[in-house]
Design a protein. Structure first.
Lengths: 176, 209
């Protein structure tokens, strides 16, 4: 099977990961425990793309901005719409990143890193190392979060505990 | 815009296999061989792709091995393209055909001759065209064997992976959720096929328990 066929056949994995991230970020106040790697905070920044797979075409809805629209996006999950892309904000210690993540490849789009100590043109070698560290870091964190999702799905408690909480969140959102 | 300056958009790959033991000697030769060549030096080409320094897209001479930035190999992949507008090509071809007819007293130009004229016109116009340059940062972490490539379009990524294979004789495997899942399970000593048993989530009321 080609990579593209495999990606298509298992595309729900990335889409459902984004839904789980969204759910966990709202219900856990955005805090994710990464075990030995400490804690990170992650929240959805307001831009969520949802897509319906029809027989003939795909329909895309992009919800941006205020929370009412985000609520609408959550309701759209009940109409068989799938999350295909979302803008996320990630925080680890003092460092913060913002980026869009797509569900198909988990590619990063428009990643904004924390400010570097060095300016453009100043010690390019040092700037390279600083920037690459700041690019690799969110990649590693998102991979770790994906593995957390995988563990959750394979856990015997998924059906009895986590999935019912997820359904409740889709129906009702977060209790004030 | 890329890994060094501005916002970064990128895809990820895992390099299949391990680094050749003599990579410090061999990679510089390979990089130089597949270094970017200006379209001015390739008169009949519309497109040129090759490696340049990550910090200077105009440098493909690689006089030093500064692309080895331990533990990374950092380069940019530069793609230059010249485009001749279709209608302009058509107009110049018509004019050239008319001239040929008059000069050689022909009533009709046979198809193979038309092709020759078209090729000559294309070549002449290509020399006048100014190429558009695109540069994609490429950072290979030689310790983790992961490559970050500064683009996400499927077509471009495929072309890049092929260029990487030609240069380094190493295969790039894209990173995507299913492959990540299988690999993680394999590394932790579990059956990678477990990932196949994860069903898609549905939230329509009629499907919920």
């Amino acid at each position: 099977m080609s990579v593209f066929d495999e990606v298509r056949e298992h595309e729900s994995l990335g889409r459902d990961f984004l839904v789980w991230l969204w759910f966990r970020s709202e219900t856990l106040d955005g805090v994710f425990d990464l075990g030995d790697d400490g804690e990170v905070e992650l929240w959805f920044e307001g831009k969520i793309t949802l897509q319906t797979d029809g027989e003939r075409s795909t329909q895309t809805i992009t919800c941006t901005g205020e929370s009412a629209r985000i609520r609408e996006a959550r309701f759209a999950l009940r109409e068989a719409k799938k999350v295909t892309r979302a803008r996320l904000h990630l925080k680890e210690g003092r460092d913060e990143w913002s980026f869009e993540l797509d569900s198909t490849w988990l590619n990063f789009h428009s990643l904004k890193t924390p400010k570097t100590f060095r300016e453009k043109g100043e010690d390019p070698e040092a700037l390279f190392y600083e920037r690459i560290f700041l690019v690799e870091k969110p990649v590693a964190i998102m991979s770790a979060l994906f593995l957390r999702y995988l563990e959750a799905r394979l856990s015997p408690t998924w059906e009895a505990e986590e999935f019912p909480s997820l359904i409740k969140w889709v129906r009702e959102g977060v209790s004030p | 815009m890329g890994f060094i300056y501005g916002a970064a958009t990128f895809s990820r790959y895992r390099v299949e296999g391990s680094l050749p033991p003599d990579y410090i000697e061999e990679f510089p030769k390979k990089i130089l061989r597949y270094g970017f060549r200006n379209l001015d030096d390739l008169p009949n080409e519309e497109r040129s792709a090759g490696w340049v320094r990550i910090l200077d897209m105009f440098d493909s001479a690689f006089e030093t091995m500064e692309y080895f930035k331990d533990p990374y190999l950092a380069l940019s992949w530069r793609v230059d393209m010249k485009k001749i507008p279709k209608k302009a090509l058509l107009q110049y071809c018509r004019e050239a055909e008319k001239e040929t007819k008059q000069r050689e007293g022909l009533e009709y130009i046979p198809k193979p001759r038309k092709e020759e004229i078209r090729e000559a016109v294309r070549s002449r116009l290509l020399k006048r065209a100014i190429p558009q340059s695109s540069v994609y940062n490429t950072v290979w972490n030689l310790q983790t064997n992961v490559v970050l490539f500064g683009a996400t379009s499927n077509k471009l990524c495929d072309e890049f992976a092929e260029f990487f294979r030609k240069t380094f004789d190493l295969l790039l495997i894209p990173v995507y959720p299913y492959a990540m899942g299988r690999r993680a399970l394999e590394i932790s000593g579990r059956d990678p096929d477990l990932v196949n048993g994860i069903p898609p989530l549905f939230f329509q009321e009629e499907l919920l328990p």
